[in-house]
Design a protein around this ligand. Sequence first.
Ligand code: FAD
Length: 473
Amino acid sequence: MQQLNVVWFRNDLRAYDNAVLDSAVEHSTRNGSPLVALFIATPDSWQQHDMALIKQDLIRRRVMQLKTELAVLNIPLIAVEGNDYKQVGEVFVQLVKHYKLSVFVQREYELREQLRDKQVETILVDSGGQYIEFDTQCIMPPGSVRTQQGDIYKVFTPFKRNWLAALKQHGVRCYPKPKPLAINTIVLPEFDEMQSGDNSSAAWSVDEVEVLGKMRQFCQEKVGAYHTARDFPAIDGTSLLSAYLAIGVISPAQCVARLQIEAKDSWQSDKSGAEIWLSELIWREFYKHILVAYPNLIKHKPFQSETDGIRWSNNEALFKAWCEGQTGFPIVDAAMRQLNKTGWMHNRLRMITASFLVKDLHIDWRWGERYFMSKLIDGDFAANNGGWQWAASTGTDAAPYFRIFNPVSQSEKFDPQGEFIRLYVPELSKLQGKAIHWPHSLGGVKSYFSPVVDHATARKHTLEIFAEVKKSA
Ligand SMILES: Cc1cc2nc3c(=O)[nH]c(=O)nc-3n(C[C@H](O)[C@H](O)[C@H](O)COP(=O)(O)OP(=O)(O)OC[C@H]3O[C@@H](n4cnc5c(N)ncnc54)[C@H](O)[C@@H]3O)c2cc1C
């Protein structure tokens, strides 16, 4: 049977700095065997994971673009329209009937993905093929950063210290885009061709070189001020790269390598813009390390197990008001409307809205986690779960439960002129001065919502809930 090498693309949709692609090309060149790229769309499984339609569209658009980028390297990309992960196995069953396969993949950490991959590995091995996996979602693979006792870090700061020590020791390596292969013709079984999406992500470029350019521009022009600008949602002060990192259009190694070039040594200066941006990339890795070490998190269990005993109020009407940006708290409503309208939300606002859902509305953090996932273009299980558990004070290295964001003072501090609120809550656009943060003291604005809760009362109740659960633990 003829040997065929397959790069199975999932969350690593790029041609530059792709160790998986690089190895597959190297293998093909060495053996003189053909190479194809494969992508299988699985909308039913995506829906089961609450993946936002805008993220699904970004993936579909990116795969089509990758197809043209790989064609230049003489690597045909077969984009298959499937339905769920079960059907992924069937694609490989079809392929092993005709070829002896070596399949190259990037490791995924979530539960159903691991089951899917195990199934594919079995199909390949049983048919005399190979499944070759690369752990390249992070610069430091999960499990590689440990305490002196060999344990996984549960707290970010020492994790970061050790992560940086490893970076200094090993440096960061990026793979170039592979050279074109010799043309070869391969006859593959017929599969349903991947359909295009709803174009809802059209505002986001899917051209790899353009995305790399955005990252370079951020490192050249904005990272220096990141430490001061990053908390203000009205300022375009963050990189806006999360959607690309989530589906692997760019890699974290590319970000760090570019940061080291553009910011010179300042990434090593405590609290500089470059150092803080690097910290955010380390947070991304921290949550992936935690997820792998504690697979219960994938089952939506809280890290601090005693908090599973909290009986949340879970008031559906309040949840709906939160989802739709109708809580009467201007910064919360502006943030939720930004999410609903654009598929993205600023980090400061993710913290404010998450805290509000859990600690003001007393709704289970998992409801919010799920809603975010269903709307975010950058939805990433580890980061989203980590962020929610941080805000809900249920996770590793979480905010202490008595730290409860006051949505009005957060608004005054981080949107002082109300510019962001005006953008998404037009009902309040005519208000001047501080009133925009709390319009209700003026007797309210007719067209705007009344506050759904009293913050001081809700805060007191949160403290009681947590004190109770901590006591019984
Ligand atoms: C409740 C909550 C939910 C979140 N859900 C997600 C999610 O689903 N996907 C996601 O990518 N991020 C999530 N974050 C983290 C963060 O809000 C976003 O990564 C960030 O807002 C993306 O904007 P940016 O690309 O401009 O980030 P930048 O500020 O430019 O940061 C650079 C990169 O670092 C990573 N990063 C930054 N902050 C964090 C963080 N706190 N945790 C993990 N990684 C981080 C992202 O990959 C980001 O693109 C969440 C945070 C909270 C509080």
